[in-house]
Write a protein that binds this ligand. Structure first.
Ligand code: ADP
Ligand code: XUL
Length: 541
């Protein structure tokens, strides 16, 4: 076996470790810990704690620590020679924050490898749970910050995004306002990514520009903390944040705890962890203009590599840093996999049965339209979840299944119009990208072919690939992204889902119909029922 590279992904529902043997162009290890099933004593459902009204969504940072240790134990048991791992990087669900006291770095510096990480870290948190990307309880703080920074457009031009409920800045402000004592006791606030990176490093790790851009705190042009944004958020915040770093820069070597306990070499290099979406950009090979990806994980996201910085002044989308040092654009939905699961579970179906219904029902669904806000939604902003059905009822099995999938991709097409990149193909990833029938609906609605990979966790893969690039660079042997990706990624592709041209017109009409229904419900515009009848007459009579 030759040089190995490890990528770890701490996502909403699970933690994955993936190891690449780069010389042999193979993935030699790929395994996950599922929080709900493998760590049941944390009592999460799908990896999270959700309040009754659905607005407050937290997870448990100690559970992530436990999962990391469990993952590394599995790696050892598998017989993988950890001492041959040259570089490690990782990926975290974006926006989530971890609040730590002044003892954090001392504890990291003096970890005893005979004891577990959780025993030693249990007293370092000033907030026992972490608000995550699914949280939508900070509308008040979003408004306050937006106002101080001069309104939506000004804010977008500073941080790359409007304020969003799940973003770290508004979440930090809420903690400061609701629990000032513990805010004062907080020495450092990490993202999920930089928190886990700190454990491996044995001291505070920087936040990379990719994940840093999801905080409403980083200036998207200078890639520095923005003083005005910090002041608008909470007092003394600069002193409570780690430094920022390019995603590719080596930050040090692995700490003694992991060397002694898991057999890593003392020379193992570390590079900053990034967000799951920036990592996926690399893991899917979407590093050039015109590359578009959809990720169908717990969240559904649509994102694109961006060379020249440009903004969505309407304020629905985001600009993040890309691990290449450039930018990426993104829109994100909360009603992704968990909404699909709601419908699947309501009718007690397996995914195979769910897919079978998608196969046998017609595109256009006889004019049945759903607005699928099972959970609060980001685009369009819906804080009080409710599902709207037009032309069918809640107990219509076939109708509901096709309606939710069509709604998700019609909405994605509608709200990604501001992303000017026009794709030739779309790369897909995430748990639901296993499902060819779901991808077929997406391909037909976008009228673009979709590439499916055999690895559905492109975030872990992207982290491992980033490690390769930084390793060669730190050895004075610069290697281009294209070279690594070209040699490796095509081997992972396993299917092309073709858009069917015969449904192009139908879905263009349905997109306009869907737009009208959203405007009807969200902006109180005219009831478009007569257009729905026209659509039915055109395609189904
Ligand atoms: P995350 O990384 O956000 O934790 P994943 O990318 O691992 O999430 O995706 C997990 C989701 O994948 C599950 O919630 C499940 O709904 C979905 N999933 C798994 N298999 C299928 C399938 N065959 N069809 C549709 N969805 C699936
Ligand atoms: C992106 C977002 C989610 C999380 C969880 O802005 O909120 O995609 O990164 O995967």
């Amino acid at each position: 076996m030759s040089d190995l590279f490890l990528g770890i992904d701490c996502s909403t529902q699970s933690m994955t470790g993936l190891v690449i043997d780069f010389d042999n162009k193979t993935i030699v290890y790929n395994n996950s810990i599922n929080y709900e099933h493998d760590l049941p004593h944390y009592k999460t459902k799908n990896g999270v704690y959700i309040s009754e009204d659905g607005k407050v969504v937290h997870s448990n940072p100690l559970m992530w620590v436990d999962a990391l240790e469990m993952l590394l134990k599995k790696l050892i048991v598998s017989g993988l020679p950890t001492h041959m791992i040259k570089t490690i990087s990782g990926s975290g669900q974006q926006h989530g924050t971890v609040y730590l006291n002044k003892f954090f770095e001392n504890v990291l510096d003096s970890l005893d490898h005979h004891k577990t990480l959780t025993t030693q870290l249990k007293n370092v948190f000033t907030r026992l749970t972490s608000p995550i990307w699914m949280d939508s309880s900070t509308s008040k703080q979003c408004e306050e910050i937006r106002e101080v920074l001069g309104g939506k457009e000004a804010l977008i031009k500073i941080t790359g995004s409007n304020t969003f409920e799940r973003f770290s800045g508004p979440q930090i402000r809420k903690f400061y306002q609701e629990d000032p004592k513990n805010y004062a006791k907080t020495s450092i606030i990490h993202l999920v990514s930089s928190f886990l990176s700190s454990l491996l490093l044995g001291k505070n790790s920087p936040i990379d520009h990719g994940d840093g851009a999801g905080m409403n705190l980083m200036n998207i042009k200078t890639k520095q903390w923005d003083n005005k944004a910090l002041e608008a958020t909470a007092p003394d915040l600069l002193n409570k944040l780690p430094r920022l770093s390019p995603s590719y820069k080596v930050i040090g070597t692995i700490s003694d705890y992991f060397i002694n306990k898991y057999g890593f070499s003392p020379n193992t290099l570390l590079i900053p962890w990034s967000g799951d979406n920036p990592n996926s950009l690399i893991g899917l090979g979407a590093t050039q203009k015109g590359n578009i990806a959809i990720s169908l994980g717990t969240s559904d996201t649509y994102f694109s590599y961006m060379k020249e910085l440009s903004f969505d002044l309407k304020g629905e989308g985001h600009i993040f840093g890309a691990p290449t040092g450039d930018y990426m654009s993104l829109i994100c939905y909360k009603n992704g996999s968990l909404a699909r699961e709601k419908v699947k579970d309501q009718f007690q179906l397996s995914w195979a049965e769910f897919s079978e219904i998608l196969r046998k029902t017609p595109p256009g669904n006889y004019g049945k339209i759903m607005l699928p806000y099972f959970f609060p939604e980001i685009v369009p902003l819906v804080l009080d979840p409710q599902v709207f059905r037009y032309g069918f009822e809640e107990d219509d099995l076939n109708g509901n299944i096709r309606a939710i999938i069509e709604a998700q991709f019609l909405s994605m097409k509608l709200h990604s119009e501001w992303i000017k990149e026009k794709p030739i193909q779309i790369y897909s990833t995430g748990g639901a990208s296993e499902n060819i029938e779901i991808l077929q609906v997406a391909a037909d609605i976008f009228n673009i072919d979709i590439i499916k990979y055999s690895i559905t966790n492109s975030a872990a893969l992207g982290a491992a690939i980033r490690s390769i690039k930084s390793y060669f660079e730190s050895n004075g042997e610069p290697i281009k992204w294209e070279k690594i990706l070209k040699d490796f990624l095509p081997l992972q592709r396993n299917e092309l889902i073709r858009a069917r041209p015969e449904f192009k017109e139908l879905y263009m009409d349905m997109l306009e119909l869907y737009r009208k229904y959203e405007n009807f419900k969200i902006n109180q515009e005219e009831n478009p029922e007569k257009y729905r009848i026209e659509f039915i007459n055109k395609y189904f009579s």
